[in-house]
Structure formats: C-alpha cells, structure tokens
Design a protein around this ligand. Structure first.
Ligand code: NDP
Length: 461
C-alpha cells in the first residue's frame, strides 16, 4: 500500500471545501485544505452574506418613508457607503475567523496557498513550491463571474466581486443580466440612491422562475424607478467624459458611472492541473462527476460550483456531506436535488420551491392553480403601493402541491418552510386542514379554498 502525506487534501476553502475538510478531520482523518484567497469562499466573502447585509442597508429608506404612516416623524437621514462597507468587512472577517476556527478545532491543517494538481495523488503548493500527496482529493474551487470577453470594453466593467468594495457609490449604474445577481444588485443600488438600469436579453427577467412572479417583480421594480430594458444587449462599452458610454442594440446610447456584468458564473478550473491528473471537464470547464460527486479519476471528487450542477451554497454543503457518507462512512449517498427552495433577495423578495406553473404544465395532465394577490397589512398604513403574490401549483390527480411561489416580504423565510411541506409530499388537503395563523401574510397559503384556474394539457381552461 502506498503511503500518503494526507488521507484527504481539499482544494478550495469555500462552503463545500470547508465542510468536507472539517467533517473528515473530525472523523480522525489526516486532512489539509488549501485556499488561495480567503476562507469562506464566494458565499461568505463576496456573495450571499455580504449581499444580504447590503440588501438590509438598501431597505432603510423605504422603512423611513413607511414610518410616517405609523405616526413617526423621522429626522433628516443620510447614508455613508464607506461606513457600510467597513461594517460589512468587519462581519466578513469575523465569519472567516469562525470558518478557520472550525477547521483548526477539528485538527485540519489550514494552508493559505494556491494548490494545483501534479498527478492524481500529488498537489503542489505554489507559495512554497512544496509538493504533498493525498489518498483522496476533493476539488471545491467554486466559480467566478463570466467576464463576457466577447463584449468590446468588457474590461471597463465590474462584476459582483468589485461591487462589494467600490471606493464610492456611483451616481448611476447599468447592470447587465436578468438572473439572481443582476436583479438583487439592481435593487440594492436603487435602494441606496443610485440611478439604476437593468439590461437583459430575454423577454422577462429571472428566466427560470414562475412567470407570474417574474412579471410581478418587474412591475414592482419599475414602479420604484428601476429602469428595466428587456430584449436588449450591450454591444460596446467605452470611456466617455462623464463615465461610461454604452452602445445597445435597441435602446441606443446609454451612460452610466459603472457597468456591472452579472451574466452567470464560470467554473473555476483554469490552471488547476486537471489535465495532469487526468480529470475530465466539459466544454465550460466544469469538472464532470458521477452521481456521488466522483470524477473520472477514482480518488478525486469535485463538489460545489466547480461542477456546475446547482450553484447554491446549501447544495455544495449537501454534496460535501454526501461525499463524507460515501467515502468515510461506507454509505454511498447521492446528493438529492429535488425540491430545492430558493430565494431572490430582490425588493420585493421572491421565495419559491418546486415547479413553476409553466414547468408543471409540461409534466402533469391537469393542474389546479391557487393564486392570491393582496396588499399586505403593513402597506395599508404606510400607504406603500405593494402587492404580495402567493401561488400553489397542485397536481389535480394526486392533490400533491408540486410548486409554491411567493413574491413579497419574507418570501425567502416562507419558502424554507414550504420546502419541508413539499419534501414531505403534502397535498392541498393537508394545507386546507392546517389552521391559519392570523394576522400573517403566510395564512393565505392555507386559506385559498377554490382553485383560481386550471391547466389541462398545458393550456389554461
Ligand atoms: P444566473 O444564471 O442567475 O443569471 C445569468 C443571467 O445572465 C441570465 O439572465 C442570462 O440570461 C444572462 N446571460 C448569460 N449569458 C449572457 C450573455 N452572453 N449575454 C447576455 N445575457 C447573458 O447567474 P448570476 O450571475 O445572476 O448568478 C450566478 C449563480 O449564483 C446563480 O445561478 C445562482 O445559482 C447563484 N446565486 C444565488 C443567489 C441566491 O440564492 N439568492 C444570489 C446570487 C447568486 P438567460 O436567462 O436568458 O439565460
């Protein structure tokens, strides 16, 4: 039997990598983990967590406005971007510390270095030039923003990475894309007082979500003053006298202080030595894996965004836990991708689990759609013209709820709980016999007694 320096070597200190390393080490394995940037990965350092903090920051001006309807007089308010960035950086540093503490507490060796594969069992640490060997390797190097190199002037644009560290807030921003990042940042920047334009190639933003919510969110964002240009693309970005000049296909010439690209994320595999180890990738550079996250090289696994399956933090963590079961507990476990709840932290928020009406219409012969659109209680006194949308998609034959979609405050929180009910296979009858909790917005989910309409063979009847 060959001997190795480590039982497990993990490349990448993000959600999936840290979880694999920490749990394997806590099981008594000799583990090392290498990270070239900062521990915590995209989610903690320049993704989900700082983004959510920015979302909170961007909501205050609406809270101040709403306060008047409840009898409050709010004094003059002002916003300091640098203070927000510093406070956010402090929290991110704290979280990074906790990630490292967890690894150290489990006796994993923490390496602050870029690691590249030399062969299927050997890893080179670039900082020192040292090579080490490991019986098992996990690649969890995540993804990075698509730089859109085909766009003339793409080098003048920023991605979400830089958005977290802007020296100053621009007066105006143009954001390209219609997915999670574009929509969330359009709301953040608008909420912080930046004149915001979104440009998206498709007919409606958030192409993978339920049509009703997409339309509802578009209308709400436009009503706030976010300019949304659909079915258009940028053709060129150049430097002008007062910021950037953007030539578009349909809307002519636009100007913006900053252009941000949010056009998807690419797997982070460049220069990793995958070819030397014989690890296969697809045409996008994503590492190919089987149902157990194992690559074509038996002792090398890959998980999280680098595999381009479902680019979500909890999915990477789940894949890591499945890897631990498979490799160290003699319990081969496939990640379960069915019914993943997800939220878009737009304003209003989207929370969703299961199939959209359009997808369900393709899979089921007949559907009952329960839909409620209403003004939330808080908006009555605040006077804010906002509507919540709630939708349940029910398979008429089995009565199972196959999709639940919410647009409005706390939609993400509700989607997490709805995820449990759908995962448990609850039927519409289970929803009906659940007592409403009054007064909440969520009670609508259990009080929609009659279908709003039906879908048969994909057609509304
Ligand atoms: P998304 O995949 O969500 O969206 C990418 C957007 O870019 C789509 O609107 C897509 O259009 C558009 N696009 C792609 N290529 C081009 C192109 N060449 N020209 C014009 N438009 C283009 O990616 P994001 O970058 O927003 O986010 C990356 C991932 O991070 C997400 O998939 C998500 O999984 C994760 N994420 C999750 C969050 C959450 O859970 N709240 C928050 C942020 C990110 P089309 O739709 O037409 O393909």
């Amino acid at each position: 039997m060959p001997t190795f320096d480590y039982d497990l070597f993990v490349i990448g200190g993000g959600s999936g990598g840290v979880r694999s390393a920490r749990v394997a080490a806590s099981l008594g394995k000799k583990v090392a983990i290498a990270e070239e940037y900062r521990y915590g990965g995209t989610c903690v350092i320049r993704g989900c967590v700082p983004k959510k903090l920015f979302v909170y920051a961007s909501q205050f001006h609406e809270h101040f406005e709403d306060a008047a309807g409840f009898g409050w007089t709010v004094g003059e308010s002002s916003f300091d971007w640098k203070k927000l960035v510093a406070a956010k950086d402090g929290e991110i540093a704290r979280l990074e510390g906790l990630y490292k503490k967890g690894l150290a507490g489990a006796n994993a060796e923490i390496l602050e270095a870029r690691a590249e594969l030399v062969d299927a069992h050997t890893i080179k640490l670039l900082k020192t030039g040292e090579t080490v060997t490991a019986k098992t390797i996990v690649i969890a190097t995540g993804g990075r923003p698509n730089p859109h190199e085909a766009l003339p002037g793409h080098e003048l644009c920023i991605s979400s990475n830089e958005a977290f560290h802007l020296e100053e807030l621009p007066k105006s921003i143009l954001i390209a894309g219609g997915g999670y990042i574009a929509v969330e940042f359009a709301n953040i920047f608008h909420g912080l007082g930046v004149e915001t334009t979104l440009i998206y190639r498709g007919a409606e933003i958030l192409s993978r979500f339920d049509e009703d919510l997409r339309r509802g969110l578009h209308e709400a964002m436009a009503a706030k003053g976010i300019r949304i240009l659909c079915q258009d693309v940028m053709q060129q970005v150049t430097k002008g006298e007062n910021g950037l000049v953007i030539e578009t296909l349909k809307n002519g010439t636009l100007n913006a202080g900053i252009v941000m690209l949010a056009l998807g994320r690419d797997p982070n595999t460049q220069g990793l030595g995958l070819d030397k180890a014989g690890v296969a990738v697809n045409e996008r550079g994503a590492i190919l894996v089987d149902d157990y996250s194992r690559t074509n090289v038996e002792n090398i696994y890959a998980l999280g965004d680098v595999t381009d399956r479902v680019q979500l933090t909890p999915v990477a963590i789940h894949e890591a836990m499945c890897f631990i079961e498979t490799e160290y507990k003699n319990n081969p476990t496939k990640p379960d991708y069915d019914l993943i709840p997800t939220a878009v932290f737009s304003q209003p928020e989207i929370g969703t689990v299961g199939l959209s009406e359009e997808e369900a219409g393709k899979r089921y012969k007949e559907l009952e759609v329960y839909r409620a659109q209403f003004r939330p209680l808080k908006a009555t006194l605040s006077g804010r013209a906002e509507k919540m949308i709630m939708k349940l998609i029910v398979d008429a034959a089995s009565r199972k709820v196959v999709g639940a979609h919410i647009l409005g405050h706390d939609a993400g929180e509700m989607a997490q709980l709805l995820g449990i009910t759908l995962k448990a296979g609850c039927t519409k009858d289970d929803f009906d016999r659940t007592m409403a909790l009054h007064p909440t917005a969520a009670e609508e989910l259990v009080t929609m007694y009659a279908p709003s309409y039906r879908i048969r063979d994909g057609q509304r009847i």
